[in-house]
Design a protein around this ligand. Structure first.
Ligand SMILES: Cc1cc2nc3c(=O)[nH]c(=O)nc-3n(C[C@H](O)[C@H](O)[C@H](O)COP(=O)(O)O)c2cc1C
Ligand SMILES: CCCCCCC(=O)C(=O)O
Length: 388
């Protein structure tokens, strides 16, 4: 319990200072639009094609209504979760987001500082603007996972996993939905891909195997390094059989990110994977996919209780976290909201966004009559189409 009793709201109001940043996601996005240059803003905010999947992600949340319960003594609540033997204070993690210097000059170094200050698990991206070693330094002993983009050069893939293990990352998240970039119309119009300008490839430039493939060092010839990166980055030839290769590289838990089909969720489990992340990549890859939340509902019926199911794509507020957990997620990842916090306020902006989502979630639990995450289930929600 905090100084102000059981009402987390009071703690938020009591800072005694008017917040510099809006609390609402929509207002933050609007402000980020005004502040960032057009290309950077749209790289973050945009989705694939007509952005149907991106919009569906939000519509799916709106279709589910919370049905609160009363008189259930919610004075003490436990929102901690256990994942892979470790206990985390809330079911909220940082989504892996690459090339964060497009939002703030210090990019991941700021967001990782925020994560360390709050002890929220941070998933560092292969496409980060800083190397996984530098980010690990900032995170220090705070929980950290590494997100892997699986290069078509298996030695580079193995090298990245070893490097992540060596500097203390505790899980490997393999993103499966981006062996190549989706059709992002705004970025095409803006002729903007930060990687081609040398941003977001630090993990390659500092990789000994990648550098061994170059005739001269990236410092001497960055253009050749970027060109090599474009050839090695993705691996569309991967199949389920290749997971055995990854398993041989590490004893860390492996999670597959980008699962939408229940048969793939089953295959992940049967392939000995430790967890999955149900995600449509924030609607950035395939235009017109199922929403991530609809996929979660189907997948959790198949997999709940077997391996952890994490979720992202569309989480904006505490009520969204509540709904995703009720539909079977063990934890959720926050993406664009923290990027807007980063753009507008660096480390402090990221901290504000994450703290607000956690407080809002705790409050939603209390006001819906739930005191522990283990109590959440689909009977606490009703779908709009079932309301008569
Ligand atoms: C600017 C940006 C960069 C991203 N980079 C990565 C990445 O490097 N690796 C990855 O697995 N996902 C990446 N994602 C996807 C996120 O991890 C997450 O799936 C997505 O942001 C969830 O959607 P939401 O932000 O709308 O909630 C990126 C997303 C954005 C917006
Ligand atoms: C060439 C593809 C790089 C994509 C890395 C960043 C990302 O995942 C995104 O959604 O953007």
């Amino acid at each position: 319990m905090n100084n102000y009793g059981n009402n987390v709201q009071f703690q938020v109001y009591s800072s005694g200072r008017k917040s510099d940043l809006p609390v609402s996601f929509e207002e933050m996005e609007q402000l980020a639009h005004e502040q960032l240059d057009e290309s950077s803003f749209y790289y973050i905010a945009g989705g694939a094609g007509k952005e149907r999947s991106m919009k569906e992600n939000r519509l799916a949340f709106d279709q589910w209504k919370i049905v609160p319960r009363m008189l259930r003594n919610v004075s003490e609540r436990d929102i901690s979760v256990k994942l892979f033997g470790k206990t985390y204070q809330s079911p909220i993690l940082f989504a892996p987001i690459g090339v964060q210097t497009i939002a703030h000059p210090n990019g991941e170094l700021e967001s990782a500082e925020a994560a360390a200050a709050l002890k929220i698990p941070y998933i560092a991206s292969t496409a980060a603007s800083f190397s996984l070693e530098k980010i690990a330094d900032v995170l220090d002993d705070s929980p950290k996972w590494f997100q892997l983009y699986w290069s078509n050069d298996m030695d580079i893939t193995a090298s990245m996993v070893k490097r992540a293990e060596k500097c203390g990352y505790e899980a490997i998240v393999v993103t499966l939905d981006t062996p190549m970039m989706g059709w992002r119309e705004k970025d095409i119009e803006n002729a903007y891909l930060p990687f081609l300008l040398g941003q977001g490839i630090a993990n390659y430039l500092e990789d000994p195997v990648f550098c061994s493939r170059l005739n001269v060092s990236p410092k001497e010839d960055i253009e050749s390094a970027i060109l090599l990166w474009t050839r090695l980055f993705g691996n569309p030839a991967l199949t389920w059989d290749d997971l055995a290769f990854l398993r041989k590289q590490t004893n860390l838990p492996i999670l597959l990110k980008g699962i939408l089909h229940k048969e793939d969720a089953k295959l992940a489990y049967e392939s000995g994977m430790d967890g999955i992340i149900v995600s449509n990549h924030g609607g950035r890859q395939v235009d017109g996919t199922i929403s991530s939340l609809d996929a979660l509902e189907m997948i959790s019926k198949e997999l709940k209780g077997k391996i952890p199911i994490l979720f992202d794509s569309g989480i904006r507020r505490g009520a969204d976290v509540y709904k995703a957990l009720a539909l079977g997620a063990n934890s959720v990842l926050i993406g664009r909201p923290f990027m807007y916090g980063l753009a507008l306020g660096g480390k402090d902006g990221v901290m504000q966004v994450m703290k607000n989502i956690i407080a809002d979630f705790d409050l939603t639990m209390a006001l819906s009559g739930q005191k522990s995450i283990s109590e959440l289930n689909a009977s606490l929600l009703i779908k709009e189409s079932n309301l008569s």
